[in-house]
Write a new protein. Structure first.
Length: 489
């Protein structure tokens, strides 16, 4: 797998080889800790497999393993012992090598499941993001404004997400030297303690706000008919919701309210920017109508079971278990809750964020739009890098597994950033496919590259490593691999 040379170039440019060698020297390990970590991390990018399968796959890497499988598992334990050090050094290496912007950071949590029947002290039952009944562990992840990973933590599956953000922020300040930044997060992480911690001279927050959960008087101000301003309209003209909804020329325009509130209980002040868009309203209503149709079909078929989340179509189904006289019915009767449908429809088209920043409302919304990057990051780690299910069982090795996934993701994001500096943009799937298909055919005395395409040429040009459509001797092949360990781009 000649594609190994590109993530290897990033690995060495981040200084991870120096970090791993230093850890080996301190621990006096007899195996090559750097070589093993390099194969596990880059293997996660190129061919995500279990640890034992990655060891077997490593024999197809440019430099076959000179270690045993037992050393792989020992390395995981050693990696876990140095979790914080490795994470810190990786960030500092990335800050020198890549375009890092920590003025705005994005935080969210997800979880990963294990194919086991019973929980233990670390792998516990909790609310699975994938609605699985298996024990899980939780990951908290911070990204910078450019989508690069800054820091992460691994916790037991039942951990309260709101309690994970501040400790990681303190770590970023104390160990990474990141002192001034804005945190952007989902409303599930918007507890008062988190908001207060980030409402300081050096910190700020932009967090989504649930309009359903605010008090009626606050909601009346945020969703009221009058006083709506249009983004991009310098005249300052005010619109009413009635006017916006009736004028088809305003269907695609985005309007906003900008309100400040002070809590009577503790004096905490927050600013809430609410937006409204007719096109979004139409889209959300059409999605809900399709859900209602599926709910009606379930009622017709009698295929009813308890819903599993707030977006499940079965939330529109109600069950009557008693007769009109209040007696227990012999047979349950299912029907559609149209009142709930209309109640949810009231919020169509609206979106709100709370912040302590004094920036223009447009900038607040732009900051919040960057949250999609963190959802995409979790998708890559879960799907493209096969971060779950997890096949190691010891807590230290579980932590090490996710640290390898995290470092693999960091390397991939840096490759993506460097490739997309020009006018041509390459998608995540396109870059991954190119890395994984980049191969050279072993023709006994020489190698022949057999790759072509725009992404191939972009990789080679960016990293100064050319192996496509070229015949080269074994010595030239070794020099190509060696250059990938030394050159910085």
């Amino acid at each position: 797998m000649l594609g190994y040379i590109f993530p290897q170039s990033v690995y060495y440019s981040l200084g991870l080889d120096t970090v791993m060698r230093g850890i080996r020297n301190e621990s006096k390990a007899t195996y090559d800790f750097n070589r093993i970590m390099r194969d596990l991390i880059i293997g996660r990018v190129l061919s995500p497999l279990s640890k034992s399968s990655t060891y077997e796959k490593a024999f197809s890497f440019p430099e076959p393993p000179d270690y045993n499988l037992q050393h792989v598992y020992r390395s995981l334990s050693l990696m876990a012992e140095n979790f914080d050090l490795i994470e810190e050094k990786a960030f500092k290496g990335m800050k020198k090598y890549a375009d890092v912007d920590t003025s705005v950071t994005y935080y969210d949590c997800t979880n990963f499941y294990f194919e086991i029947e019973e929980q233990d002290g670390f792998r516990t039952y909790g609310k699975s993001k994938e609605n699985r009944p298996n024990p899980i562990v939780q990951m908290g992840l911070f990204l910078d404004r450019n989508g690069l990973p800054i820091s992460m933590c691994i916790n037991p599956g039942r951990t309260n997400e709101q309690k994970t953000m501040i400790p990681l922020e303190k770590l970023m300040t104390e160990r990474f030297g990141i002192e001034k930044f804005v945190v952007c997060a989902d409303c599930g992480l918007s507890g008062k303690r988190n908001l207060r911690f980030n409402s300081t001279e050096n910190h700020g927050f932009v967090v989504t706000k649930s309009l359903k959960k605010v008090s009626e008087d606050v909601r009346a101000r945020l969703m009221g008919d009058g006083g709506w301003k249009r983004f991009g309209d310098a005249s300052g003209r005010l619109y009413s919701l009635k006017e916006i909804r009736e004028d088809t020329n305003l269907r695609d325009a985005i309007f906003y309210h900008d309100e400040r509130f002070v809590a009577e209980s503790d004096g905490f002040e927050e600013r809430i920017v609410t937006t409204y868009c007719g096109r979004l309203r139409e889209y959300q209503r059409s999605v809900r109508e399709r859900q209602l149709q599926r709910a009606m079909e379930l009622v017709r078929q009698g295929k009813i079971r308890k819903g599993v989340n707030q977006n499940d179509v079965r939330r529109f189904i109600v069950v009557d278990s008693v007769t009109e006289n209040g007696e227990v019915a012999k047979k349950k009767v299912f029907s559609i809750d149209r009142e709930k449908f209309e109640e949810e429809s009231e919020y169509d088209g609206f979106y709100a964020v709370t912040t302590d920043l004094a920036d223009d409302p447009g900038e607040i919304i732009r900051i919040n739009k960057g949250r999609w990057e963190i959802e995409e990051s979790f998708r890559i780690m879960k799907s493209d890098f096969d971060g779950r299910p997890v096949f190691v069982s010891r807590e230290d090795r579980i932590r090490a597994h996710f640290l390898t996934c995290y470092l693999a993701f960091m390397i991939f994001r840096i490759i993506e950033q460097k490739l997309n500096r020009g006018e041509v943009r390459y998608t995540d799937p396109e870059i991954l496919r190119t890395l994984r298909d980049y191969e050279a055919i072993d023709a006994e005395s020489f190698y022949v590259g057999a790759m072509e395409g725009k992404a191939v040429r972009a990789l080679e040009s960016t990293f100064g490593l050319v192996g496509s459509m070229t015949a080269f001797s074994k010595a030239q092949f070794r020099r190509l691999v060696a250059r990938s360990k030394k050159e910085e781009i």
